[in-house]
Design a protein around this ligand. Structure first.
Ligand SMILES: NC(=O)c1ccc[n+]([C@@H]2O[C@H](COP(=O)([O-])OP(=O)(O)OC[C@H]3O[C@@H](n4cnc5c(N)ncnc54)[C@H](OP(=O)(O)O)[C@@H]3O)[C@@H](O)[C@H]2O)c1
Length: 331
């Protein structure tokens, strides 16, 4: 039997959730599914929620989290994939209620599987992972809405987090003046090394302000925070500006008047990287493999192994992580 290792989270008495490394075996694949030998995964905020028992993410335990996986096809009942082919799976139900990339093997529907584009390694695809894909989608939305480097500064919130750090690096590469908002001002030099022009404190944006409009400061923004932070961002966009909103680390609720929209014509652009069509994911991966290729990609992630997951997950859950955690399942 084909045995592999996985980080499995179990529900214990008094709603405690505990993860440990276990041996698992993979059943025969069902029609239309692909078994993947996972080489790399990564740690995302949603994984931290799943591993800590958030039923909004994972309904039933024991469960193997990991919303990201990159590896080689081990077996496929879909003719679109051949054994040995390099592939990426992110989002859909992976790691939520389907065993995810914190295991050395996954079995997923072929419709979730993106082919690794030429020019991107399995490793780098997971340095980016869902966070990087989301950052890419945010930048893509801004570009589609006509944002150019000449329009003015672009703000990135949660700048040292997974989405934020990739958004900073990508926007800087594309020639934008990037302003990074962070709760970790001590990481300012690291952000500047990625090409960020200015670093501001998270608190500057997170306090509620009763004024319906604030000084026009940014042509565009990538926001991972939601809540009062997103409201302040919307109020601070210059005329015709756009914010790509993808997260809720501050709060899922926003309390904003329509005035920024009807007086300044600003755009609130929603970004989802989970359920969007595979073809769009493939398009963004292809950009990261070519014109969006990040020279500083190695500096974005710390590599960890299965046994180091508990500490990494706790740090991500507490908002204390800097950059990305790359999970090496072959180490
Ligand atoms: N829409 C989608 O498809 C999609 C996809 C991926 C992620 N997301 C969401 O995007 C958000 C960020 O994900 P991630 O993977 O980048 O998470 P992450 O790596 O944990 O980073 C989040 C960062 O946000 C900042 N932060 C923490 N608490 C905050 C608060 N109360 N107010 C403002 N900022 C705070 C911190 O950075 P600083 O210390 O630098 O401020 C933290 O490192 C999450 O809400 C996640 O669920 C959505």
């Amino acid at each position: 039997m084909n045995i592999y290792k996985a980080f499995e989270v179990r529900e214990e008495p008094e709603k405690n959730f505990h993860g440990s490394i276990v041996d698992k075996s993979m059943p025969e694949p069902q029609e239309g599914s692909v078994i993947i030998d996972v080489h790399y995964s990564s740690v995302n905020y949603k994984d931290a929620l799943s591993a800590s028992g958030s039923k909004a993410v994972t309904r039933e335990y024991p469960h193997v989290p990991g919303i990201d996986a990159a590896g080689k096809v081990l077996a496929s009942t879909d003719s679109n994939f051949v054994v040995g082919e390099e592939v990426i799976v992110t989002g859909y139900d992976l790691g939520m209620n389907t065993a995810g990339g914190f295991g050395q093997q996954i079995c997923v529907p072929a419709s979730w599987v993106a082919k690794l584009p030429f020019g991107l390694s399995l490793r780098d695809s997971m340095v980016l992972g869902t966070a990087g894909l989301t950052a890419g989608l945010c930048v893509d939305k801004l570009l589609q809405n006509g944002v150019t480097p000449e329009a003015g500064k672009v703000l990135v919130t949660g700048a040292t987090g997974g989405v934020g750090i990739v958004a900073c690096a990508l926007l800087a590469k594309l020639g934008f003046d990037v302003v990074a908002s962070t709760g970790k001002l001590s990481e300012g030099e690291r952000l500047k090394a990625l090409g960020v022009c200015e670093v501001i404190s998270r608190e500057a944006l997170s306090e509620e302000n009763p004024r319906p409009l604030l000084k026009e400061s940014y042509a565009a923004a990538v926001d991972v925070a939601g809540g009062a932070t997103l409201v302040n961002v919307i109020k601070s966009l210059s005329y015709g500006g756009s914010v790509a909103a993808c997260g809720l680390v501050d709060s899922p609720a926003i309390n904003v008047t329509v005035l920024p929209f009807i007086l300044r014509g600003v755009n609130l652009l929603g970004v989802d990287s989970v359920e969007l069509p595979l073809s769009k994911k493939q398009e963004i991966w292809a950009l990261f493999a070519s014109e969006w290729s990040l020279t500083a990609i190695d500096s974005l992630a710390e590599t960890i192994v299965l046994a180091e997951l508990p500490a990494a997950l706790a740090k991500v859950l507490a908002g204390g992580a800097v950059g990305r955690y790359l999970l090496d399942l072959k180490a």
